[in-house]
Each structure stands twice: as structure tokens, then as C-alpha cells.
Design a protein. Structure first.
Length: 420
């Protein structure tokens, strides 16, 4: 028996955003999905989550889902429950991994410091025994407030200057940053393109889509508007030609909706990528994290010098690990800093390109194309009164009601009154 595929998270989120009632076009535009994938996903979701299919007089299908459809899915699909459990476990494990870098740093500092003290005491003891005299403990000062770094309230600056990261989290952030700020870029791109098409009632020109793409190709490719092919494929569009030989693009599948036009979300003029941030930690936290790395490096160098001539294997191992860890600890964020500068320069360039494409919409030639595209613009909003069939009710009962409605309509027409 073939297992039923798990529902797409993008479709689940789109259904919730659309108030649990939508057409295929609604979901495709909202989630930025291929029309065929959206249709298959909705059919699968309706069968798994007790969804209802409602048919309008035009033949268009509306999908209605219960508000607790996620709970219904969890109860029916053990795989979803397992995935949710795995996600929770992984979040905990990943948090522990993030914390481990700071813990290792502190442990190595403490181990290196204790090793230096032990070797110094042993060396002094040996010299004092040779001289027949007593010896004194070396003066090693450790701040009485050393372990405040483990306190959740270690940062004593004003509240408005604090970050949401504790000390151990700031160590990881200093080392590796806080992830890709544009991880959802493709999702946002296709959602924005779908929304542009919907806001223009299913008819657009290439200049309206170009501000949401990264590259639109060479000059010849731009003139032939080849960059529109993926958009046409994803949203089931078709090109139309103006009398001047230019293209407008028509998307019939996105012209049927259950949402009113004033419910549409506001859209930016172009797709803006976010810049990479070195760290979400505060300046003070970054300084502190770097300082502890330098402290470990100094201690590792001192310990390495002491154990170079003599020392137990355990002290040599501590020196080796501390030196290697401290070098990598300081090297990784340094390399990352210059890498981020290069990435941000490219992001700024792409943002400027997309912004300049958005400004081309004010061109008179482009405005003429927009006016021509208007003749293909249309929107069919399916109301509850337009439905002729729904899977949540008995078919015979619906046929009787429909027959009564048709008889009433004909009767009113025979009497010379227009059917409302």
C-alpha cells in the first residue's frame, strides 16, 4: 500500500492565512506554488483533513477546511506526530550544541589556568626543596565575580541596550552568526509574484514581475522576456501580444477567488533582500566574547611554553587543545566578518537593480502596455450564494433545493420580474 504524502507546510499556512476557505488560485498565489502542485496538495489535504469541496455555478471549486484541520491531520497521520516530536527534540539538541561552544571556552580557560598554577607550584616547590627553604603560593588573582557570566542577569546595562541572547548564546552568535537572513527568499519571491498577479486581476506585464527576480538575463533575453517563462509555468499563465508586438501575461487560474480585493496584503515595490548581520549580540557581548578568546589564547601560549620543556601528558594535551581552540575561536569570526562584507555588497547591488526595474513602471511605454493588459484583467469572487454543490451535505437534498431555486427563477422571469 502506497503511503499518502504529508501535506505541504506552505499549503497549510496558506489555508490558515485565507481563513480556511480558498480556491486553487488563492492558495497558489498565497504560497507562491505551482498551480498543479497547489491543486494536488489541496485535494490530498481535503481527503486527509476532512475538507469540503464546494462547486460554484461556474464550475469552479472552493475548498473549505475545519479550523482544527491540523489537529485532524495529527490524529490521522502518525508521521506528522513523529516529525513534530523530532523537531522538538532537534530544537533542544541544537540549543545544547550552541551552548557547548561557550561551555568549552570557559572549561578550557579554567583548565589552562589551573594547569599553569599547578605547574608553577610544582616548579617553585622543586626549587625551594633544592634550596632547603619553604615556598609560598604564587599570587594568582581570580576575579571574585568570574562566574557572573553564567548568570542570566550578567548584563547590567540599561534594559534598552540588552540583547535577547545570554552569554553562551552570544558566544555562538559571535562565532557563527545567526543564520541566513534570506532563508525564505524564494518563498517570499513567489508569494510576492503571486500577489502582484492577483492584485492586477490575473493580467500583468513583465515590468511588474522583474522587480521580484534576481537576474533577468542578457539584453536580448530581456527584450524577449525569457525571464517570464518560469512564472508562466508556475502559475499556469499564457502570453498575449499587443498590437505593437509586445507581451502581456494572462493567468486565468488566478482570477477566481473567495477573497475580496480589499483583503489583499500590501506589497513592496520590489523584493528586498536583508543584509547579513555579524551578530545579534550587543557590542558589549561581542567585545566580551572576543576578550575571552584572547584570554584563552594567552593562557594557551603560556601553558605551551611551560610544557614545552617538561610536563605531564595531560598538561600537554590541555595546552594543545586550548591553543587550537583559541586560534579557531578567533579565526572563524574574523573570516566570517570579511565574508559578510562581500555578501552584503552583492545583496546591495541586487537590491539596487530590482529597485531600478521597479522605477521603470513610470515609463510611458510601460504604461501603454499596462493599459492593454487591463482588457485581460478579471476577477470572479465566489460567494456562498454561488455554490450549487458541497460535499458536507446530502446530494439529494442539494438537488431538491437547486430544483426549487431554478423553478423560482423561471417563475419570476415569466412574471416579468428580473431574478435578483
Amino acid at each position: 500500500m502506497t503511503a499518502t504524502p504529508s501535506p505541504s507546510p506552505a499549503i497549510l499556512q496558506a489555508i490558515e492565512s485565507l481563513n480556511y476557505r480558498a480556491t486553487v488560485g488563492d492558495v497558489a498565489a498565497q504560497a507562491g506554488l505551482n498551480i498543479n502542485l497547489a491543486e494536488k496538495g489541496l485535494l490530498a489535504l481535503a481527503s486527509q483533513a476532512d475538507g469540503e469541496l464546494q462547486v460554484a455555478e461556474t464550475g469552479d471549486i472552493v475548498y473549505q477546511f475545519p479550523r482544527n484541520f491540523r489537529q485532524v491531520l495529527r490524529e490521522k497521520d502518525a508521521r506528522i506526530r513523529r516529525k513534530e516530536t523530532f523537531d522538538k527534540i532537534w530544537r533542544i539538541l541544537f540549543y545544547l550544541i550552541r551552548m557547548s561552544f561557550g561551555v568549552v571556552l570557559i572549561l578550557l580557560i579554567v583548565a589552562s589556568l589551573l594547569a599553569i598554577i599547578a605547574l608553577t607550584v610544582a616548579a617553585n616547590s622543586s626549587r625551594d626543596n633544592d634550596n632547603g627553604g619553604d615556598f609560598s603560593m604564587p599570587n594568582v588573582w581570580i576575579s571574585p565575580d568570574f562566574f557572573w557570566i553564567f548568570s542570566p542577569n550578567y548584563d547590567r546595562r540599561p534594559a534598552q541596550q540588552k540583547s535577547q541572547l545570554n552569554f553562551l548564546e552570544s558566544i555562538y552568535s559571535f562565532l557563527f552568526g545567526d543564520g541566513n537572513p534570506n532563508a525564505d527568499l524564494e518563498e517570499r519571491r513567489w508569494q510576492s509574484i503571486g500577489a502582484v498577479i492577483r492584485q492586477n486581476r490575473g493580467a500583468v506585464i513583465a515590468e511588474q514581475i522583474a522587480p521580484f527576480l534576481d537576474s533577468i538575463g542578457t539584453r536580448s533575453e530581456q527584450e524577449s522576456e525569457q525571464f517570464m517563462l518560469p512564472v508562466l509555468t508556475r502559475f499556469d499563465g499564457r502570453p498575449e501580444v499587443t498590437p505593437e508586438g509586445q507581451f502581456v501575461y494572462h493567468f486565468p487560474s488566478l482570477q477566481t477567488t473567495v477573497a475580496q480585493s480589499d483583503d489583499r496584503k500590501w506589497l513592496p515595490a520590489f523584493l528586498r533582500e536583508s543584509l547579513y548581520q555579524f551578530s545579534k549580540a550587543t557590542t558589549g557581548q561581542i567585545t566580551m566574547a572576543a576578550t575571552w578568546g584572547v584570554v584563552l589564547l594567552i593562557l594557551a601560549l603560556i601553558l605551551t611554553g611551560i610544557v614545552a620543556s617538561a610536563g605531564a601528558a595531560v598538561f600537554k594535551a590541555i595546552a594543545f587543545v586550548s591553543l587550537g581552540y583559541s586560534v579557531l575561536y578567533l579565526l572563524v569570526p574574523t573570516v566570517r566578518y570579511f565574508t559578510i562584507k562581500g555578501r552584503n555588497a552583492k545583496i546591495l547591488e541586487r537590491n539596487r537593480d530590482r529597485e531600478s526595474r521597479a522605477k521603470q513602471l513610470a515609463n510611458p511605454t510601460v504604461q501603454h502596455k499596462l493599459a492593454y493588459a487591463e482588457q485581460f484583467a478579471a476577477e470572479t469572487v465566489i460567494q456562498q450564494s454561488d455554490l450549487i454543490y458541497s460535499t458536507d451535505r446530502d446530494l439529494i437534498e442539494q438537488d431538491i433545493e437547486r430544483s426549487t431555486q431554478i423553478d423560482t427563477e423561471w417563475q419570476q422571469r415569466l412574471e416579468g420580474r428580473e431574478y435578483p
